[in-house]
Design a protein around this ligand. Sequence first.
Ligand code: R1P
Ligand code: URA
Length: 289
Amino acid sequence: MIQSSELILNPDGSVYHLNLRPENIANDIIFVGDQNRVEKITQFFDSVEFSTQKREFKTQTGVYKGKRITVMSTGIGPDNIDIVVNELDALVNIDLVTREPKEKLTSLNIIRIGTSGSLQADIPVDSFVMSTFGLGLDNMLRSYLIDEVSNAAMEEAFINHTNWDIRKGKPYVIACSEKLEKLIESDKIHKGITATAGGFYGPQGRVLRLNIQDEELNSKMDNFTFNDNRITNLEMETAAIYGLSALLGHNALSLNAIIANRASGTFSEDPYKAVDELIKYTLDKITAN
Ligand code: R1P
Ligand code: URA
């Protein structure tokens, strides 16, 4: 039995941070970072049956073109993803009364729609990237035993190519769900490795008033390749979502609206337009079949 200090439930039986009970979520889940993006998605739904929010975690479940979908905000960063994916998994794969893992496990389909910075000149602002791999520079997943799900060969190649300073922790690489990749892919969307950083400024090589350990890192990252895959973009959640989903048996895919281009030093004049377009594109792909 899982202890009440491990799987923490609220008095109404909902999971501690997300405020959700098993019946509140669908098997198809869209993650966004920003709480305000949840309703930008559910505004298109035929109906919304459930809505809640605790801290940065806002959740709505409803029906779009006959499909039941949950949309939730994760807030910023891999530490939040640890909470969100573990609590979602508990909702479907742990009996919250007996506190025992269920014998028959459920796989969720998780698609993230986020904003991101491109590292490549030919992936401009307002374009889209599908993350075929998540490259975790954040260390969060190193708390788990990830060797069976991570791509050791790509990790080693990245460490060697960038001459990675191991004092910052060991990068990890996890692939997306092939099933979801096939569902969403099209010529409209670039594909590549998405690097997930634990912060927006120093961890993504941004220098304001503070110096960083490795000012060359971004340029070393943008010419890294492995089996024809290159690092396309930087953000703060994808690798953590991929890693926890792989460990727990869920399908995950991350889609990025490029709002900043680090190669050209440009920022989108209207970042929300690209996000809105990606939202509509994703909803239609999810419900196409
Ligand atoms: C930083 O501005 C935030 O934007 C990106 C990053 O991953 C980070 O969360 O994603 P969202 O737009 O989903 O929040
Ligand atoms: N989000 C990030 O984390 N980085 C960027 O450059 C843009 C959006």
